[in-house]
Write a protein that binds this ligand. Structure first.
Ligand code: TEU
Ligand code: CA
Length: 567
């Protein structure tokens, strides 16, 4: 085993959040026809795979992650025929298509769960996870908290047991210890592979096993609940379930691409999940790169709803570790944001004074490293967080809970809304900005999520502006496709935290990426060329200049050098 170049090492993935990408029938909600109509735009961006968030039949308590029929397209998104057309048209443009595969839970509306509720003897009862309450059923089975706040247990309407839900109560967890469930999920995957889908993003796969006996989390007071990641995340059987799932699929579809969402996985766990022999995933998505400043957060409130800064020192260490450990499996996934977190130029960059330079620097920093880029739709335009100013406009359940709890602690409504605007999932789900018309060209009516309408930050304006973030993303992705930036070895330089500098080395070629991660001008001294060779600038954003060996970088300035040695 070792640095074998697999076909998927050269992937560049574009995440399309269907509800917010393009509406084609004037109901204010994005749909499949809308994606089909924008495939040329996606192709011209230079990506070669799209990941679609869930489009299956769903009551949409969690925007489609609560599925009531895995084999039906939700009418709000379109028809099966349109999905088949999307796959065909994408493939014609050399773009592969992966679907979101929600394997940890179903909607409570799913027929399996409706059957299971009929009683303990129902054949579907064991498709889900049940427990008796303590003290004769009065009290909850244990003190575990769900990721959507509140207990993980919900009493069944007509019975005496509780069922388990790691997310919303309308999303009961599937019992993967039941081989019938595993078999059923494989059959669903085959249904979509038979339709030409090229792979899956495995949603929340790290949670498929729960600790036997549901032991309480220690150290909590009576009646208190708490997150229990050590009892429902990354437990030993996960790889066994994954190996079964993907090896069964690959018997018929050897090139099925599998990217697993492993939000809390450590690099060691990620390496085991992507192990060509033991694991089932080609690569995984972790949330662990982004070490934020926790000290300035209020511990009484949910941490991921409070806006703070990225700690570049820790961030560097994290990426260095992941680059090292994942080097021989194509490198780690490279991303800044997705539909579960606020947008990069607002969360990490500077979406007011240095919007263009910070967006361009952060894209270069992340995507020229070794690994597969995952770009959230609109990121390539420098789209900033969706501006919402009324709590009722925030759709994610966690936002509502944070609002209530923060006001109860005496925080001003303005400061609470500011934090929600800057940190909630809603921030990344605003409508895509195609132009500066009333609803940004996304729809002819007000979008379900809300929309930022901006004169200079939309596809039409940026297409016409050669210096735009859009054109810069195309240059970064063109570079990313070169062998040097796909396969070149990665070396992070130990510099001051104001800088993020690394090399990509392959044979006699060296790519050097120098980033100023601050909002102040900085100078960086280049080391003289060791051997006979020449150095040229491949790419840079605005306001930088080279004076001899001294590189003057503008605020959030970035420059990419390539050095080719003669001997
Ligand atoms: O998110 C899963 C997820 O976020 C958890 O795995 C994570 O560990 C937790 O939030 C701690 O940070 C996926 C989807 O991306 C998300 O949109 C869905 O809401 C969720 O699963 C349920 O399907
Ligand atoms: Ca629509």
């Amino acid at each position: 085993m070792g640095n074998v170049r697999e076909w998927w090492h050269g992937l560049i993935v574009y995440q399309v959040y269907p509800m917010s990408f393009q509406d084609s029938n004037g109901d204010g909600i994005g749909d499949i026809r809308g994606v089909i109509n924008r495939l040329d735009y996606i192709q011209n961006l230079g990506v070669n795979m799209i990941w679609l968030n869930p489009i299956f039949k769903s009551p949409k308590v969690d925007n489609g992650y609560d599925i009531s029929d895995f084999l039906e397209i939700d009418p709000i998104f379109g028809t099966m025929a349109e999905v088949e057309e999307l796959i065909l048209e994408a493939h014609k443009r050399g773009i592969k298509v992966i679907f979101d595969f929600v394997m940890n839970h179903t909607s409570e509306q799913h027929p399996w769960f409706q059957e299971a509720l009929k009683g303990k003897d129902n054949p579907y009862r064991d498709y889900y996870i049940w427990a008796d309450g303590k003290n004769g059923g009065q009290d909850l089975p244990n003190n575990w908290e769900s990721f959507f706040t509140g207990t993980v247990w919900e009493k069944e309407p007509s019975g005496d047991q509780y069922y388990f839900h790691l997310f919303a109560k309308e999303m009961p967890d599937l019992n993967w210890a039941n081989p019938e469930v595993r078999r059923a999920m494989v059959d669903i995957a085959f249904f979509w592979l038979d339709k030409g889908v090229d792979g899956f993003r495995l949603d929340a796969f790290i949670h498929l096993q729960k600790e036997e006996g549901f032991p309480d989390v220690e150290g909590l007071d009576e009646g208190e609940i708490g997150l229990a990641e050590n009892y429902y995340a990354n437990l030993p059987k996960i790889n066994e379930y994954m190996k079964f799932f993907t090896s069964t699929l690959r018997e018929r579809y050897p090139d099925t691409f599998i990217v697993g969402e492993a939000a809390s996985a450590t690099v060691e766990l990620a390496r085991s999940y992507t192990d060509p022999v033991l694991g089932g995933c080609d690569t995984v998505i972790t949330f662990r790169y982004f070490t934020m400043d926790e000290k300035s957060k209020d511990p009484r409130l949910s941490s991921n709803m409070q806006k703070t800064k990225l700690l570049y020192g820790a961030f560097k260490k994290n990426l260095q570790e992941w680059q090292k450990v994942m080097a021989d499996v194509g490198g780690p996934t490279l991303y800044w944001n997705n539909h579960d977190m606020a947008r990069v130029v607002s969360r990490i960059g500077d979406d007011s004074k240095h919007r263009d330079n910070s967006a361009k620097m952060l894209a270069t920093l992340m995507y020229l490293q070794k690994g597969i880029p995952f770009i959230l739709n609109g990121e390539e335009l420098g789209m900033k967080n969706l501006y919402l100013n009324d709590i009722k406009d925030f759709k994610s359940p966690e936002a509502q809970t944070f609002y209530k709890n923060a006001l109860a602690l005496g925080y001003s409504e303005e400061s609470v809304l500011y934090n929600l605007r800057e940190s909630s999932k809603d921030a990344s789900r605003g409508a895509m900005q195609w132009d500066q018309s009333a609803f940004a060209g996304f729809s002819t009516v007000p979008p379900w999520s809300g929309v930022n309408v901006e004169a200079d930050y939309n596809v039409a304006a940026e297409e016409a502006n050669p210096g735009s973030i859009l054109h810069f993303y195309r240059k970064v992705l063109d570079l990313k496709k070169t062998d040097l930036f796909v396969e070149g070895d990665y070396h992070l330089w130990g510099t001051h935290d104001d800088f993020f500098v690394y090399e990509r080395v392959m044979d006699k070629q060296v790519g050097l990426v120098i980033c100023n991660v601050t909002d102040q001008p900085k100078e960086f001294v280049l080391h003289p060329l060791e051997h006979h060779g020449y150095r040229q600038i491949l790419l840079q954003n605005e306001g930088n200049w080279l004076e001899g060996e001294t590189l003057h970088l503008a605020p959030y300035g970035v420059a990419v050098f390539q050095t080719v040695y003669n001997s």
